[in-house]
Design a binder for this molecule. Structure first.
Ligand SMILES: [Mn+2]
Length: 418
């Protein structure tokens, strides 16, 4: 986690937009059972992390503004002796205060009593929630649950959903957030290079992936930022292939879409490499169509540029290249080979918040560009994706150290071969 100043500053931004006599509520999320006596790896609610730095389940942050005085409270699950015995979980109030900059820390069991007293003793008219708008069939989250209870108990209360506004703050990255992205990209680079130097035809996709995982774990990362795609040969045409369990063959390419994270800030990178270290002339020809599409978008990535147009320029350039090599005759025909978006914001979430169709790029935004072409008819799928930081007058490709030019890739892979 970052220095507490970062979180204090973020909370101040949020509090400055609250009306007087109101409160704002966030929940860190709860663990989800995966099978008997096991839970999935816990994923904290990212706006909660942005405001506290904490990554624990069942914690609550409340900001109150009463008579124009802002107060911050943290409600924490306090482990029982038995929990401590099993998981080692402990509760260190002083450390929590220091890490978060929040001085008022309470047991989460007292939360209902706190809300009752808050409502009873003050003229609170407005409550702010941070209700992510998930799909209707997603499990009921704690924000919605509390909103429901509040509405029943205090029907006069105006409940505002601040999710979109709260997420806007996250689209411009601070210095420490940019450094975290940079580190995530560096780890990813080291991990991809490790795979490149070790992969050989005949290895299973996941066997190659294991070299990547090894590097991540050596940095203490138990999991990557998202499930790795390692898709060789025709499987690269399946956009979200994650089985990664088939043997690679000589002469095939393998498409990787992967990323490490640092302090939860993600890298998201795609590369398509020849398993045996050398592209065939046809693979090289098609690969360069995608690379030119990416480079055209990179050249335009700077403050003031409409983000959506980057997608169109990649597509146009790839179509022109496909016409040149005789794969298609008309620009529109590219739709059969290119059918996904070409990039997204990235941050605490790999697919981060903040995307809107009219978004204009600003300094310190971080996002990805990921053009691809998928030729089912030739059993070839290619995607090249970089994680990019917008700078004052252009962009910095944070993942630029991961080989992506054909010559560079072949020379690098040769280094690992006898
Ligand atoms: Mn990706």
């Amino acid at each position: 986690m970052f220095n507490s100043e970062f979180y204090i500053n973020n909370r101040q931004k949020v509090a400055s937009n609250m009306k007087d006599n109101s409160f704002y509520f966030w929940h860190s999320g709860s663990e989800v059972e995966s099978s008997d006596d096991e839970c999935f790896a816990f994923q904290p609610y990212r706006n909660f992390v942005y405001l506290t730095g904490l990554r624990v389940p069942d914690a609550l942050l409340v900001i109150t503004k009463l008579n124009n005085k802002v107060s911050e409270l943290l409600f924490m699950h306090i482990p029982t002796a038995r929990e401590n015995m099993y998981t080692g979980a402990s509760f260190d109030e002083e450390k929590l205060k220091k890490d978060t900059g929040i001085n008022d820390i309470k047991d989460e069991k007292t939360f209902d009593d706190f809300i009752s007293r808050l409502m009873f003793g003050n003229d609170v008219q407005d409550a702010y929630m941070d209700m992510a708008k998930w799909r209707i069939y997603y499990p009921y989250n704690k924000e919605c649950e509390l909103a429901d209870r509040l509405k029943k108990a205090y029907p006069f209360l105006n409940i505002h959903n601040m999710y979109s506004k709260a997420c806007k703050y996250r689209t411009i990255k601070s210095k420490e957030e940019i450094e975290a992205h940079r580190k995530a990209c560096k780890i990813t680079e080291e991990a991809v290079k490790k795979m490149l130097l070790n992969m050989k035809p005949g290895m299973k996709e996941c066997e190659i992936e294991a070299y990547y995982d090894f590097v991540l774990k050596s940095y203490g990362l138990k999991y990557p930022a998202f499930s790795t795609i390692a898709a060789a040969g025709p499987r690269a045409c399946t956009l979200h292939y994650v089985d990664n369990n088939i043997e690679t063959r000589d002469g095939e390419m393998i498409l990787f879409d992967l990323g490490a994270h640092w302090d939860l800030y993600a890298a998201d990178v795609s590369r398509t490499y020849p398993v045996n270290g050398k592209y065939t002339p046809r693979q090289k020809e098609l690969y360069n169509c995608v690379l030119k599409g990416l480079n055209a978008a990179l050249a335009l990535s700077k403050p003031g540029q409409k983000k959506n147009e980057l997608q169109l320029i990649s597509k146009k350039v790839m179509a022109e290249e496909l016409i040149k090599i005789g794969k298609i005759n008309k620009i529109e025909e590219i739709d059969q080979y290119y059918f996904h978006g070409s990039g997204h914001f990235i941050g605490l979430n790999t697919h981060d918040v903040g995307d809107d169709p009219d978004m204009v790029l600003c300094e310190d935004m971080v996002f990805t560009l990921e053009p691809g072409l998928y030729f089912k008819d030739e059993g070839i799928g290619i995607r090249i994706e970089d994680t990019i930081l917008i700078t004052r007058d252009g962009c910095e490709v944070l993942s630029g150290g991961i080989p992506k030019d054909v010559d560079e890739i072949e020379a690098f892979m040769k280094g690992g071969r006898a």
